[in-house]
Design a protein around this ligand. Sequence first.
Ligand code: CTP
Length: 397
Amino acid sequence: MLAGKHVLLIIGGGIAAFKSLDLIRRLRERGATVTPVLTKAAEEFVTPLSASALAAQKVYRDLFDLTDEAEMGHIELSRAADLVVVAPATADLMAKMAGGHANDLASTLLMATDKRVLVAPAMNVRMWEHPATQRNAATLKSDGILFVGPDEGDMACGEYGPGRMSEPLVIVAAVEDALLDGPLKGKHVLVTSGPTHEPIDPVRYIANRSSGAQGTAIARSLSALGARVTFVTGPADAPPPAGVDVVKVQTAREMLEAVQNALPADAAVFAAAVADWRVTTASDSKIKKGKDGTPSLEFAENPDILATVSQMKKGRPGLVVGFAAETDDVIANATAKRKRKGCDWIVANDVSPSTGIMGGSENAVTVIEEADVEEWPRMSKSQVASRIAARISEALK
Ligand code: CTP
């Protein structure tokens, strides 16, 4: 049921737009309020009057309609909804979203919203399979945009393949999923992610190859299950997911401080690749070439954040999950690491260069608990994240 929920429905310009009229009806049957927004191209396929009549709401069409701005500005319009749905999401709309354009009402609302966005792509099979669209879809997914479809089948243009917009009832089910209070509702989960940067001088630092992809995916999956997530991240390549509290740090010591400030938490996942050492002799001014010859760096050990939190006497999260990045004797080393640090689970992965895991999009992990070792097949980092989030949700029940 969607009683009391408000959906902002952006209708793009594609032949599937006619199905969006049925979608309005189906959403309303379940108790949702639907505010339709039509792109210029959408008006070639459905009339504002029919969308407005079915929604029993004003239809929004133009960014520069001053009456609308007086009644409800575009920022407010984008925030008033519980969920933004784009159906049909054309190749052009997806490209605009992925590129961050804001040159009409629909794209501006999508940039301004602080709510989750669900897209239902619909386009010709070649357009869907085009590398540009696939790139845009991957970008949108990594931005935390939810997808439903496209389905495979006969297309209006006479071709066959993926590109058909999902049926209205399937979109309704995806809307329900996106709005559902997940099993982690009311739980606070802390996630660390990314590398740390340890300064040598104001312009140089020591880093590692972590992209932050796995930690980001875990934060996103936990948030999708309804958790309140504090995401403490080093300078990662992956942008942080939408809808989580982001704390950006540079060094291991800053990360420890941010973690301590974020506690208490019901669970904590330490996916960050924290630098083990920092340069004790970090200089305040740029080290110059010259008569002193090659500089030598002296190192000090960084605090172990995972071990510190795992061994807290008071206020330890109920479940502490660490990662183990190993290149040799993965299981034996990770098992010993779990014991030494005192965490509940350790997720071991082989980060030898030949695996392509560090900085890549896939992971092959083994989850080690006190009395159980579970080897998972190689899968995408987002699949690993969903499974870890589901496991955490089970453990916190
Ligand atoms: N970790 C941490 N703080 C550190 C070092 C590591 O919180 N200063 C956490 C990582 O986030 C990860 C786990 O400890 O969850 C294991 O990290 P890993 O790099 O595999 O192990 P190390 O402790 O660095 O041990 P080693 O380098 O000897 O393998």
